[in-house]
Write a protein that binds this ligand. Sequence first.
Ligand SMILES: [Mg+2]
Length: 103
Amino acid sequence: MAEPVGLNKEMVEVRTLCDAKGFSSDMGEIWQKLALIHTEVSEATDAYKKGEPLEKVGEELIDAVIRILHLLSVLNLDAEALYQAKMAKNWARPYKYNTVRGG
Ligand SMILES: [Mg+2]
């Protein structure tokens, strides 16, 4: 069980909500959960493209965050530890991560 700090607090809340609202946390549905994260990013893209208020774009991005936290919970991972480790790794990388054509 991940220590209830940082992102793990939100992950526990998301998992509690998903359980309470009847959403599956079945390990056999990982592919579906990954695909559903994509759908939220697509919804944000569509909202931005259509000129909807930025709050709507943000709402869809938060949907993606919620789905990611749910999946991390299903996988029994420590979201906060992963976040901290990845940020430390990113801070150690060079400017623009040495990409030439990337954003
Ligand atoms: Mg959505």
